[in-house]
Ligand binder design. Structure first.
Ligand code: PMP
Length: 277
């Protein structure tokens, strides 16, 4: 079952108009929300970020917190799976003709739920490969927009190169991954690019920061460079679906001689506890 504009229906019956601005322009925003043991993870934080995205593109939030909670919970309960990933999308709605400027329209709301199977700790500990590329995206990456053309092209490059993620840089500064936030560990300090227009501030990113602090690491929201990474003790990416993933090979060069730093274990274990709070 999926949710489309006030109704729960079968996915193969869910249709939208060709005049939907999401289809025509990618004029919409989205959220991905994990569900652990049938409980929606950090709903507050996700709905707050959704509100921020909607405000940024001037779409009025169609539902209150309680209404969202009711709809999402109902969708979660249609499935027998305890771990799920909710995908929620709101577009500006259907216009009468294709025109860039927009009038006040009725937003289109679509939600689906998919199985969520995070990688086990023993798999994560093996480390993952990434490549770096120049960040060619626009300056409002803080909006979780459905128009993801650059990200789609990066993910295709990653697939072609057989790597997990593309790590992006703007000038000398690492911004984030194509679909993750990036952290560097050096001298018991965890560095990550500050929030703002150049990154999507991940919900997982916030939890990595609080988990790192709980593990006595100092955290600095300060950008770092590819040169810094060459001398670092750990490089991690984070997202709702990947959780906290160590990168041990970047552009073919090993990070920290391919070893997983002990701090990763502490931060990872702490994060796991938060999932079942
Ligand atoms: N940055 C980008 C560009 C992303 O696409 C994502 C995942 N959607 C993230 C960061 C991580 O966000 P979250 O932790 O909320 O999944």
């Amino acid at each position: 079952m999926v949710f489309l504009n006030t109704q729960f229906i079968k996915k193969d019956q869910a249709c939208i108009s060709v005049m939907d601005r999401g289809f025509l322009f990618g004029d919409g925003v989205y959220e991905v929300i994990p569900v652990y043991q049938s409980k929606i993870f950090r709903l507050n934080a996700h709905l707050k970020r959704l509100q921020k995205s909607l405000d940024s593109i001037k779409i009025i939030n169609p539902y209150t917190f309680n209404e969202w909670s009711y709809i999402l919970t109902k969708l979660v309960n249609f499935s027998s799976l305890s771990n799920q990933s909710l995908y929620l999308q709101i577009t500006r709605g259907c216009d009468t003709q294709r025109q860039h400027n927009f009038a006040k329209l009725t937003p289109t709301i679509y939600i689906e739920s998919n199985p969520l199977t995070p990688k086990s700790k023993s798999i994560l500990e093996q480390g993952f490969n990434a490549i770096s590329r120049e960040d060619i995206r626009w300056g409002r990456c803080d909006i979780k927009a459905t128009s993801l053309l650059a990200n789609v092209l990066y993910v295709e490059q990653a697939r072609q190169q057989g790597v997990e993620e593309v790590i992006l840089f703007r000038g000398k500064k690492i911004t984030e991954g194509a679909s993750s936030n990036v952290f560097m560990l050096k001298d018991d300090t965890l560095f990550t690019h500050p929030a703002g227009g150049n990154i999507l501030s991940g919900i997982t990113r916030d939890l990595v920061i609080s988990s790192a602090k709980a593990c006595q690491l100092s955290v600095q929201e300060v950008a770092f460079s590819l040169a810094d990474i060459r001398r670092c003790e750990g490089l991690w990416i984070s997202s709702s679906t990947r959780e906290i993933m160590p990168i041990t090979l970047l552009d073919g060069a090993t990070i920290n001689q391919g070893k997983i730093n002990q701090h990763w274990h502490c931060v990872y274990d702490y994060y796991q506890q938060l999932k079942y709070d």
